[in-house]
Design a protein. Structure first.
Lengths: 170, 693
């Protein structure tokens, strides 16, 4: 149903507003202390314990290649959960500020103007107007599959560099 | 909901098929065992019944044919031989593929047809000879069966035609369909059926036919002899009985007729049989007992079959522990209000004790007996030995060893390959064995037992063994080792696990087609286990698999490097040693000389790029890496830690240097290092390097 409404969580990253469907969102919490995960891409900020689970966290600024947040700025983690390959993947996303919860139908979401965009079109579901500001509705599943590809790339590049290093030493 | 039920149905049928397969193999050894025949017959009957409910029409068809075949065996019209068993095993295979396939349509019709044709041939042979055997098969009585299906019978997936076709095997029967429109009001079908049948079974036994409709059938014995022997009976039924309007009237009339007929027949047969003594085998004929039928019906009622069978005792224990926990918890709340610190301390201690016990008990719920993986092996050994003309006794010891269900599922294939190798390459042909002075029949032993926190599975054969000199020769020829390499016997056998290493001169149909020992080893290592080969020429080969009891908990050593904490599986650590980096004797590459051996090392701080001043002192963990030991350097050792493994999720599956993460006592996260994968990633270039100094 195109005119069926679903709920979106709007948040701020740097100077832009983004929205995600709340269907897969578990909870939003204040920033936590994270334990880094070795041999993962830079945007993979680490893991923390949430309700007995070890949850990995992505910095969306880093993932979207937006400049880093100023030190000391209060930030938040949106915890979401998806089914990937018949397994549950819980993942946290670091954002700057939680703004609003909005009800939208498919009709409200417009196509994304490709020109002049600095975001990977894959990650974007569309755009809506929110209080005269252009808000980008994200497709989190797509972001996650790109994250997986990044992790694999990083893991294999580590192997290659190690092998390279060994050869050099010999 | 429907999907759940269907999954349960599939798992139930799989269980029944596995049981049937095993029963068939036992029956081959013990052809006279009527209980086995009965078991097989009942399993097929249950499969037929429930498959109908879930719309598996082809399964119903095959199971029905199969069941008929076994009813012939049960009735002594057909004797069990090698051919019948092979055919029945084939039927089990077809049924199992039908049930496992996404849709029955995926299984080619030709496969089913071929099987049905083969069974039909046997059936028709029996029918031809039926007349000769007829005499020994005197029915016990004649029954009046009133079958009044409920209106929802088709919705329940029961086909009346299929159900009634069960009477096909009875020689004397009349099935009449009546229609009564008023029945609709009582929630019945308009159509109902009257069956008059002469059978050697009791009324209770006949009830088994109506296993899934027990409340819609009434069975009354109208005579204790075969009423069809009375010449006038059929005529009487057609002309008199059928004209009556209600079933009770018809039953009454039939009973009267039977009483009169009894006297007549008694006189007749008395005259005929005067000089013929009673055939003794009549008395010994196996008839399904009442209790067994009851059991079938009970089993059918247990539709909601468990996936893991758990002894009730364990659940009771768990329940009592939980109630203990609840009590302690409320006491804790009470004492917290009172601020009685001493009490709180005591309670907190007792709570952690209870939690520990709950943890242990819960873990045990996942453990199942290792014998559940055995049935396919009996089949494999039977088929392979027949094909290769070898003789093998399969001896199993310690089948009540318990192990995690996930491990049991994953260990099945590797063991299958090992058994295959043992029969194909290990066990000699009977002639060869005779020449060597061995017993013609070889022995393969499957032994399992506990050893600390591990389960050991050993597969031994008394075949020709593996000659270490030959392995060495092949390894040199193929460039796996240098010609002057000095290897111990164990190290030589370890070569067999290297990828691409094969001793097979020719590839046979049975083994040597790519699934080598390295694949087996990888599967075992994935389960955090280990595998070893030992062998003596002409005495045999023994393969030992070491497996963890469970996959969700792992015994580790808690270490750290800078601020990062890690857990290293204890079973992989040979020993720990404090070293000074500046004093270590470095060798070329990432290697050090340690106690006259060159071993590769990984400094975790450097490898993971962990910041901070680590100094020169390191804790060196010497890790057992299969082909070669290697060292891991950490900053600090904390002690042993029993880690519950937490996964980071599917998208991190490729980050395989970690088994997972675990939560430490202080709530922080530590990664569990997969030493095997780490070794493979980091040290794979050094694998083929000469292992000696």
């Amino acid at each position: 149903m195109k005119n069926e409404k679903s709920t979106y969580l709007f948040f701020r990253l740097h100077d832009e507003i983004f929205g995600v469907n709340v269907n897969n969102i578990v909870e939003s919490i204040e920033m936590q202390e994270l334990t880094p995960i070795p041999h993962t891409p830079e945007f993979m900020k680490g893991v923390f314990v949430f309700r007995g689970h070890v949850v990995p966290v992505i910095d969306l600024r880093k993932k979207f290649m937006i400049e880093e947040a100023p030190p000391g700025q209060k930030r938040y983690i949106i915890i979401s959960s998806f089914e990937i390959k018949e397994e549950q993947q819980t993942m946290g996303f670091i954002v700057d500020k939680l703004i609003d919860v909005v009800s939208l139908s498919e009709y409200d979401i417009n196509d994304f103007p490709e020109i002049g965009s600095r975001y990977n079109i894959e990650f974007v579901k569309g755009v809506v107007k929110y209080k005269d500001e252009l808000t980008i509705i994200l497709n989190i599943e797509k972001i996650l599959s790109s994250v997986e590809a990044d992790i694999i790339k990083k893991a294999t590049s580590n192997v290659n560099s190690e092998a390279h290093k060994q050869e050099e030493n010999e | 909901m429907y999907e759940d039920l269907k999954n349960e149905f599939i798992s139930e049928v799989k269980d029944l098929l596995a049981k049937t397969e095993q029963n068939l193999l036992l029956l081959e050894q013990d052809a006279q065992n009527k209980k086995l025949v009965e078991d097989i017959f009942r399993s097929m009957h249950t499969i037929k019944g429930s498959a109908g409910i879930y719309g598996y029409t082809k399964t119903v068809e095959v199971a029905h044919t199969f069941e008929n075949l076994f009813s012939l065996i049960r009735d002594d019209k057909l004797s069990v031989d090698n051919k019948i068993i092979s055919l029945a095993l084939k039927a089990v295979d077809v049924l199992s593929s039908l049930i496992t396939a996404k849709s029955e349509e995926d299984i080619p019709a030709s496969v089913i047809q071929e099987l049905m044709d083969e069974i039909d041939i046997i059936n028709s042979q029996i029918k031809e000879s039926k007349n000769i055997e007829k005499k020994s098969d005197k029915p016990l009585g004649t029954y009046y069966i009133l079958f009044e299906p409920n209106a929802d019978i088709t919705e329940r997936g029961i086909k009346i035609d299929t159900l009634l076709s069960d009477f096909d095997s009875f020689e004397h029967k009349i099935i009449t369909k009546y229609t009564d429109k008023e029945r609709k009001a009582q929630g019945k079908l308009e159509d109902f059926y009257e069956i008059i049948v002469a059978s050697q079974y009791s009324a209770d036994d006949l009830k088994a036919i109506f296993l899934f409709t027990p409340n819609e059938v009434q069975i009354t014995q109208i005579a204790d002899f075969n009423l069809f022997d009375d010449e006038k009976f059929l005529d009487f039924y057609q002309k008199a009985v059928k004209t009556l309007t209600t079933d009770s009237q018809r039953l009454e009339l039939l009973k009267n007729y039977a009483d009169k007929a009894k006297e007549r027949i008694a006189q007749q047969s008395h005259a005929e049989n005067k000089n013929e003594p009673e055939a003794p085998q009549k008395a010994s004929k196996t008839i399904i007992g009442h209790d067994e039928i009851k059991q079938v019906i009970d089993e059918a009622k247990q539709k909601y079959l468990q996936y893991i069978k758990v002894p009730a005792k364990r659940l009771d224990l768990l329940l009592s522990l939980v109630s203990e926990l609840i009590i302690s918890n409320s006491q804790l709340a009470e004492n917290t209000v009172k601020r009685d610190y001493e009490q709180i301390l005591q309670l907190s201690e007792s709570i952690s004790k209870i939690i520990n016990e709950i943890k242990e008990t819960t873990l045990h719920l996942r453990l199942i007996e290792i014998k559940t993986i055995l049935p396919p092996y009996y089949r494999l050994i039977r088929d392979l030995t027949l094909k290769l003309g070898k003789k093998v006794d399969f001896i199993v010891e310690g089948t009540d060893t318990h192990i995690d269900k996930t491990i049991v599922d994953k260990i099945s294939m590797p063991v299958m390959h090992i058994l295959r190798n043992a029969i194909d390459h290990g066990i000699e042909t009977p002639e060869e064995r005779r020449k060597k002075g061995k017993r013609e029949t070889g022995i393969i032993r499957f032994i399992s037992y506990y050893s600390n926190v591990n389960v050991i599975i050993q597969i031994q054969d008394d075949g020709r063994g593996i000659d270490p000199q030959k392995v060495r020769q092949v390894a040199i020829e193929k460039g796996f080792i240098n010609a002057d390499a000095k290897l111990s016997k164990k190290e030589i056998y370890d070569l067999l696990f290297l990828p691409g290493f094969t001793m097979a001169k020719e590839i046979t149909d049975i083994s040597g087609r790519g699934v080598g020992m390295d694949a087996i080893k990888n599967a075992i290592l994935d389960l955090r286990g280990d595998i070893e080969i030992d062998s003596e020429v002409d005495l045999g080969t023994s393969i030992t698999i070491k497996l963890p009891l469970t996959l969700s908990i792992i015994e580790t050593l808690h270490v750290s490097s800078g601020k990062m904490h890690f857990l290293v599986p204890l079973s992989n650590i040979i020993r720990c040693e404090k070293v000074d980096l500046s004093k270590l004797q470095k060798h070329s590459g990432q290697r050090i000389v340690f106690e006259d051996k060159i071993i590769p090392y990984i400094d975790i701080a450097e490898y993971f790029g962990i910041q901070g001043n680590h100094g020169n002192e390191r804790q060196m963990l010497l890790i057992n890496g299969g082909h070669q030991a290697f060292a891991l350097f950490f900053d600090k050792i904390y002690g042993e830690y029993q880690a519950v493994i937490k996964n980071l999720g599917p998208i991190f599956n490729n980050l395989d240097i970690f088994v997972g993460a675990s939560i430490l006592g202080n709530g922080s996260v530590a990664y569990i290092i997969d030493t095997y994968k780490l070794q493979k990633k980091f040290l794979r270039n050094t694998l083929n390097i000469n292992q000696n100094i």
